[in-house]
Design a protein around this ligand. Structure first.
Ligand SMILES: Cc1cc2nc3c(=O)[nH]c(=O)nc-3n(C[C@H](O)[C@H](O)[C@H](O)COP(=O)(O)OP(=O)(O)OC[C@H]3O[C@@H](n4cnc5c(N)ncnc54)[C@H](O)[C@@H]3O)c2cc1C
Length: 440
C-alpha cells in the first residue's frame, strides 16, 4: 500500500511508545508521510512484551487494564485492526478478596449512568446504611460546584463524607488503579473530570483487558499498518537535540545526522523530554515525580479449582500491599502492586516481594497454599507513571507549542487524564488533528 499519491506533508515523530505510534497511525491514515525515531531497539515504550527464555513465552512488562472510557484507544485499535483482541466486561464488576471475609462483589446495574454505578454501590454488601446514604453525594462530587483549584482527591472525598468502607472498597482501590498513587497525591480536578467523562456513557466504567500480549494488541499491528503505508520506522535511533538554521528547525540524532521535516511531534516520556529539548516549549517535565508499579507472576504446581475472579478473571485484594489478582490460566496468576515505591515494595528484593505476595494471597484466597508455587517472576517498572498532584498538573504542557510546526504528545501532556494509555493516545489524537488543521 502507498500514501495514495497524497501531497500531505512529512512528519517526524520522536519516540515509538503508544503516543508516538498512535500519532503516526492517525496521520498515516490521512496520507501524511511519517518518519518515526525510537531510541531503543523495540517499540512500545512503557507498554511492551518481552520473551522469557526459561519459560519459553512472552510476558507483558505489567498488566494493563483499560476501561470503557478509553475512546481514543478504541479508535486507534480499530484503525490498526486489533480491536477484536480486547475483552470487555458487560457491566462493571469487581470481586474483592479480604482476609477473614467471604468474597464481596461490586457490580453496576443496567440503568442509565450515573444510576447504574450508584445502584450497584447501594447494593454492595460491604457498605453499611450510613455509608450508603453518603453515596448520594456522588453527583455533587462529579459536579464539583465548590471548585477544585489546589485541592486533592483526598480533600474532595473528605468534603463529601466519603470515608470508612466507601474509601476501603471503592475510592482507594479505584484511585490507586487509575492514578497509580494515593488520593492525597491526586489533583481533585482530574478525578472529577474522569468521573464525569466515564459517566457520560453507560459502559464508561466497565473494565477492559487486552486479550493477548501487549505487543500483539498495541504494537505489532501499528508497526505493520505504518510499514504498509511506506512510513519509515527507525529503531535504535536516539534523537539528541533540536535546533534551528536560518530557514528551518531540525532534529539531530546520536550519529549526528540532521533531520528536517515539515512537522515534528515529540512523543518522548516526561523523564526524557528535557534531555533533548531542555526547558523549551514551556514544559516542566523535569518537575513531574515518578511512581512505580511492581508485577508478580506466580506459577502453580497444581491448578486451584474455582479460582475467584469476574468474567475478566480478575479480583481486587483488600488490606494487603498486593492489590489485584489476574487469573492468566489455572496454573498462572499475575499480581499487581501499584504505587509500589510509596508502599516500600519497589526497593525490596524480588524474592522478598514474591514471598510477601504469596503470603498475602494465602491469607485471603481460599485453596491457595504457599507450597503450591513452583516459580515466580517479578517485574519492577520504576518510572511507570507520573504523580498527578496539584503542583504537577501545572507543568503538563499543551500539545501545541510556540513553534507552529512542533507538537508534544505523551501521557504526561495536558490531556486532563491520568498517566495512561488513553492519555497517550488522546494526546496523539490532538497533535494529529492540529497538524491536519494547519495543513489546510
Ligand atoms: C507496569 C505498568 C503498568 C501500567 N498499567 C497501565 C494500565 O493498567 N492502564 C493504562 O492505561 N496505563 C498503564 N500504564 C501506563 C502506560 O503504559 C503509559 O501511560 C503509556 O504506555 C505511555 O506511553 P507514551 O507513548 O506516552 O510514553 P512511553 O511509553 O514512555 O514512550 C516514549 C518512547 O520514547 C522513546 N524515547 C525516549 N527517549 C528518546 C529519544 N531521545 N529519541 C527517540 N526515542 C526516545 C522511549 O524509548 C519510548 O519508546 C502502565 C505502565 C506500566 C509501566
Amino acid at each position: 500500500m502507498t500514501n495514495g499519491g497524497s501531497a500531505k506533508g512529512e512528519v517526524a515523530v520522536i519516540g515509538g511508545g503508544i503516543a508516538g505510534l498512535s500519532a503516526a497511525v492517525f496521520l498515516a491514515e490521512k496520507g501524511y508521510r511519517i518518519r518515526l525515531y525510537e531510541a531503543s531497539p523495540k517499540l512500545g515504550g512503557r507498554a511492551y512484551s518481552f520473551f522469557d527464555k526459561d519459560k519459553g513465552r512472552f510476558f507483558d512488562n505489567g498488566q494493563h487494564l483499560l476501561a470503557g472510557w478509553y475512546k481514543d484507544t478504541i479508535r486507534y485499535l480499530k484503525i490498526i485492526g486489533s480491536y477484536d483482541m480486547l475483552e470487555f466486561q458487560e457491566r462493571l464488576r469487581i470481586d474483592y478478596l479480604e482476609k477473614g471475609q467471604g468474597m464481596l462483589s461490586l457490580s453496576s446495574t443496567g440503568l442509565k449512568p450515573p444510576a447504574n454505578l450508584l445502584t450497584g454501590l447501594l447494593r454492595f454488601k460491604g457498605f453499611d446504611l450510613k455509608e450508603k446514604m453518603k453515596l448520594f453525594n456522588l453527583r455533587k462530587i462529579m459536579k464539583n460546584e465548590a471548585g477544585t483549584d489546589g485541592i486533592t482527591a483526598e480533600d474532595l472525598l473528605e468534603a463529601h463524607g466519603q470515608s470508612g468502607n466507601l474509601r476501603k472498597y471503592f475510592w482507594d482501590p479505584f484511585i490507586l488503579a487509575v492514578f497509580n498513587t494515593e488520593p492525597r497525591n491526586v489533583a481533585a480536578s482530574l478525578l472529577t473530570d474522569l468521573l464525569s467523562g466515564s459517566m457520560a456513557d453507560s459502559r464508561g466504567f466497565t473494565l477492559v483487558l487486552p486479550g493477548k500480549d501487549l505487543n500483539k494488541v498495541f504494537i505489532e499491528p501499528a508497526e505493520h499498518f505504518l510499514l504498509d503505508r511506506n512510513c519509515e520506522i527507525h529503531k535504535s535511533t536516539r534523537i539528541t537535540g533540536y535546533d534551528m538554521d536560518e530557514r528551518m528547525n531540525y532534529l539531530t540524532t546520536d550519529d549526528t545526522k540532521m533531520i528536517f521535516a515539515e512537522y515534528y511531534i515529540s512523543a518522548l516520556p516526561f523523564f526524557g523530554f528535557s534531555d533533548v529539548f531542555g526547558n523549551r516549549f514551556g514544559s516542566g517535565s523535569e518537575k513531574l515525580r515518578t511512581s512505580s508499579i511492581v508485577s508478580v507472576h506466580l506459577f502453580l504446581k497444581h491448578r486451584i479449582a474455582g479460582l475467584p475472579g469476574d468474567d475478566l478473571g480478575m479480583a481486587g485484594l483488600i488490606g494487603t500491599r498486593t492489590q489485584w489478582l489476574f487469573r492468566k490460566s489455572d496454573d498462572h496468576l499475575s499480581l499487581v502492586i501499584s504505587g509500589s515505591d510509596a508502599l516500600g515494595v519497589t526497593k525490596m528484593k524480588n524474592e522478598e516481594i514474591a514471598a510477601m505476595c504469596i503470603s498475602e494471597l494465602a491469607s485471603c484466597l481460599k485453596g491457595f497454599e504457599a507450597d503450591n508455587v513452583s516459580d515466580f517472576r517479578v517485574i519492577k517498572e520504576k518510572r511507570a507513571t507520573f504523580i498527578p498532584d496539584t503542583e504537577s498538573i501545572k507543568h503538563r504542557p499543551s500539545q501545541r507549542t510556540e513553534a507552529d510546526n512542533f507538537f508534544i504528545a505523551g501521557d504526561w501532556t495536558d490531556t486532563g487524564l491520568p498517566s495512561t494509555i488513553e492519555g497517550a493516545v488522546r494526546s496523539a489524537s490532538v497533535c494529529a488533528m492540529m497538524i491536519d488543521e494547519n495543513s489546510k
